[in-house]
Design a protein around this ligand. Structure first.
Ligand code: HSE
Length: 320
């Protein structure tokens, strides 16, 4: 019987307010629900190329032609890599279960890219190795968003809280995260493209702002290593993007006010939005915040809210 593989890649929140383009965390709902993309793959019949089927709750929001999907593009780039390495390319049948909404701020494209590369490589015997897989994932993310940034791909792939390094051959480092933090992650149902959200940011920042940014990010990383959750929580503020992006997200200021008044350590924009996150230590307060956000922040039936922990496992592929 033909072997089927299942790849799973979790949702992620990039930036985390304090680390624009440089921090990201993988998320998993505490109630065990799936918050990530899944791919099922098996070898196809000879000569059929890549047959891609799109299913799942958010499949209807994707371009109807599967050849326009990033997973199909992943197969094309994988084919080039196999050619470069002088290896045989297999025909594949893929089902993408699109569980994450696109343009949501939850690393939806990164999840498809990461699951796609893992799955395609698994069928071929996982010949790329971790760095080859990451190179391909970075190239694909770059094609979608216009520039290569790993602040969704790295947490999605490795799991945990990731600090982008980008020097000395190191893409990212896992930071110690806080076991007691609950991340209430809410997508209101409104699409915001990362390209558009980047285009409204200033090209340059004043010196005082850049020093503030560097100081806060360095202090946050230090607080993670020291296990100082109180200090880390107070450092989760954004001087780079949020002042310009907050107005793109209806109800964001109200949600932040609610959080501040109900025990949230911080509230910020998840990636480039429109999802937001609030960090709580108290489980009851986190569940109450979820209910409040469901009633007051979600704008349409595409929206949802989950109380999450950091997903330390990240993406994986398994035989099914
Ligand atoms: N860090 C990016 C941004 C989004 O906020 O524009 C995710 O890569």
């Amino acid at each position: 019987m033909t072997q089927v593989y299942r790849a799973y890649a979790p949702a992620s929140a990039a930036n985390l307010s304090v680390g624009f383009d440089l921090l990201g965390a993988a998320l998993k709902p505490v109630d065990g629900k799936i918050l990530g993309d899944e791919i099922f793959i098996k070898e196809g019949t000879y000569g059929s190329g890549c047959i891609l089927r799109q299913s799942g709750h958010y499949a209807s929001k994707l371009p109807a032609d599967p050849k326009k999907n990033i997973v199909y593009r992943a197969y094309e780039l994988y084919a080039l890599e196999m050619q470069r390495q002088g290896r045989a390319l297999l025909d594949v049948e893929i089902e993408l279960r699109k569980n994450l909404p696109v343009c949501s701020g939850l690393g939806s494209s990164a999840a498809s890219v990461v699951a796609g590369v893992l799955a395609i490589d698994a069928v071929h015997g996982s010949v790329l190795g971790e760095s080859g897989q990451l190179d391909l994932m970075g190239a694909l993310e770059g094609e979608i968003s216009g520039s290569v940034h790993y602040d969704n791909v790295a947490p999605c792939f490795f799991g945990g809280l990731q600090l982008i390094v980008g020097e000395g051959g190191i893409i990212s480092r896992t930071l110690p995260d806080f076991e007691n933090w609950l991340w209430v992650s809410c997508f209101p149902g409104i699409k915001i493209s990362t390209n558009q959200a980047r285009s409204i940011l200033p090209k340059q920042y004043e010196r005082a702002v850049t020093i503030n940014f560097g100081r806060r990010l360095a202090a946050f990383v230090d607080a993670c290593h020291r296990g100082d959750d109180k200090l880390a929580g107070t450092l989760l503020t954004d001087v780079i993007a949020e002042p310009y992006r907050a107005s793109l997200i209806p109800g964001f200021e109200d949600a932040r006010r609610y959080g501040a008044g109900h025990g949230a350590l911080a509230t910020g924009i998840s990636g480039s939005g429109s999802a937001i996150f609030s960090v709580y230590e108290d489980e009851v307060a986190a569940l109450e915040a979820k209910e409040w956000l469901e009633r007051n922040f979600i704008a349409n039936e595409d929206g949802f809210c989950h109380v999450c922990k950091i997903d330390r496992r990240g993406a994986y592929v398994e035989k099914v």
